[in-house]
Design a binder for this molecule. Structure first.
Ligand SMILES: Cc1cc2nc3c(=O)[nH]c(=O)nc-3n(C[C@H](O)[C@H](O)[C@H](O)COP(=O)(O)O)c2cc1C
Length: 149
């Protein structure tokens, strides 16, 4: 099975999480591509993948802002080919802000509207990411992906 992980990260936290998820899926025999949203074109992005994982940190304060690079991708997400695909969503944020991980909710809702099958409960990380939390989530999500095959 082939999985695509696309992340948007400004200070590196969501990038670290994306790499941990990638390593964990690879150790389960999944063929994984980890891509920075800054270098990813939404057009046909999901083609050839069995599962897609989307990650973004949240910015802004009184309103939800997706991480800059992911925001561009988000605008064109309708061209990504997510319909019918299992999709999992993750991101880093902080409960100090009004909309904790609002980007994760926004991506989940948009992917769902585009016909994706959201698997598991999205991963929302408060503060610095902990590898154990990420591994536990990845185990759950991998089970859904394998079940969907
Ligand atoms: C100016 C500013 C605004 C932020 N706004 C939010 C927010 O609205 N919601 C949230 O959950 N986190 C917010 N954060 C926290 C970041 O999302 C958090 O630091 C995250 O770990 C950054 O991840 P990244 O390194 O992958 O970009 C904000 C941080 C800053 C500095």
């Amino acid at each position: 099975m082939k999985a695509l992980i696309v992340y948007g990260s400004t200070t590196g936290n969501t990038e670290t999480v994306a790499d941990w998820i990638g390593d964990s899926l690879r150790s389960r025999g999944v063929e994984v591509t980890v891509a920075d949203a800054a270098e990813t074109d939404a057009e046909g992005m999901a083609e050839g993948y069995d599962a897609v994982l989307l990650g973004s940190s949240t910015w802004g304060d009184d309103e939800i802002e997706l991480q800059d690079d992911f925001a561009e991708l988000f605008d064109d997400l309708d061209k990504a080919g997510l319909q019918g695909k299992p999709v999992a969503v993750f991101g880093c944020g902080s409960t100090d802000y009004t909309f904790f991980c609002g980007a994760v909710d926004a991506i989940e809702s948009r992917a769902e509207d585009l016909g994706a099958h959201i698997v598991g409960s999205s991963l929302k990380i408060d503060g610095d990411p902990e590898q154990d939390d990420v591994l536990a989530w990845t185990t759950e999500v991998a089970g859904f992906f394998q079940g969907a095959q």
